[in-house]
Design a binder for this molecule. Structure first.
Ligand code: DG2
Length: 250
């Protein structure tokens, strides 16, 4: 039987990305360049002829806008886009809203990389005041409190996304339906860690660029045919991933 394909798409460039800030649960919009990027990514999926049967998105604005743009380009009913809080970006704790360059300068590259890329690294907890301010953002209305942890490691994100992948993604792939997931740099790193069973070093080296669709094909046992999937625009996606890796000045 034919397996469905899974397309992972990180939202286009956000205002916080453009300003070099740790974003996490900060509910920022896309930049105009980010809107164009989302459109370009969605058009690549349409041109590749992937028949998307379901779109799942993080409820944060930057993902919702990108999912809306994708739905429009794929001729997919907007009402059918499904939101799942488990796709929300990793909580960056007290680093939320801070400049990556400042954090790198203040704490050094080892600590910076630990917080940003290791599986177990947890930024310091955010203050009650910051938590209250983030929880009051419109996109968090109606979501469970687990959607906004005071801080989170990538391991925690993998733990919350495991059930999402096995309950909402795998069953549809098995019935031959192709799925688009619109989410974030770190929540998508977690999805890749689950699909490819990445070890801790592989997870630390993984960077996902904005707006470049990453396609996974699967065997009937739900093993990726190509480990790490395939970007539809490999060359520019890998260049953009290298830029993500270098953010903050490392
Ligand atoms: C970025 C990822 O996530 O940042 O939270 O700052 O995808 O929501 O823009 P996104 C953030 P890095 O972990 O790559 O620094």
């Amino acid at each position: 039987e034919e397996m469905g394909r899974l397309v992972l798409l990180r939202h286009g460039e956000s205002v916080a990305n453009a300003n070099g800030l740790f974003t996490g649960a900060l509910d920022v919009p896309l930049t105009p360049a980010g809107i164009r990027e989302s459109l370009g990514g969605a058009e690549l999926v349409a041109t590749a002829g992937v028949a998307i049967a379901a779109i799942f998105s993080s409820p944060l604005r930057r993902a919702r806008t990108s999912a809306t743009i994708a739905a429009a380009s794929l001729d997919f009913d907007l009402e059918g886009v499904e939101f799942d809080w488990r796709l929300i970006e990793r909580s960056y704790g007290a680093l939320t809203g801070q400049s990556k360059a400042d954090v790198l300068h203040r704490y050094g590259s080892q600590q910076f990389r630990h917080w940003r890329r290791s599986v177990t690294g947890m930024p310091p907890r955010m203050s009650e005041a910051l938590h209250r301010r983030l929880a009051a953002q419109a996109s968090f209305h109606g979501l469970p409190s687990e959607a906004l942890p005071y801080t989170e490691s990538l391991r925690d994100v993998i733990t919350r996304l495991g059930p999402f992948v096995s309950e909402r993604v795998f069953p549809r792939l098995r019935t031959g339906e192709s799925i688009l997931l619109v989410a974030h740099g770190n929540s998508l790193r977690a999805v890749c860690a689950i699909l490819d069973k990445l070890d801790d070093d592989e997870i630390a080296d993984l960077n996902i660029p904005t707006g470049h669709p990453l396609v996974y094909d699967f065997t009937p046992e739900l093993t990726p045919v190509a480990r790490g999937g395939r970007y539809l625009d490999e060359e520019s996606a890998l260049a953009a991933a290298a830029e993500v890796a270098a953010q903050g000045g490392t």
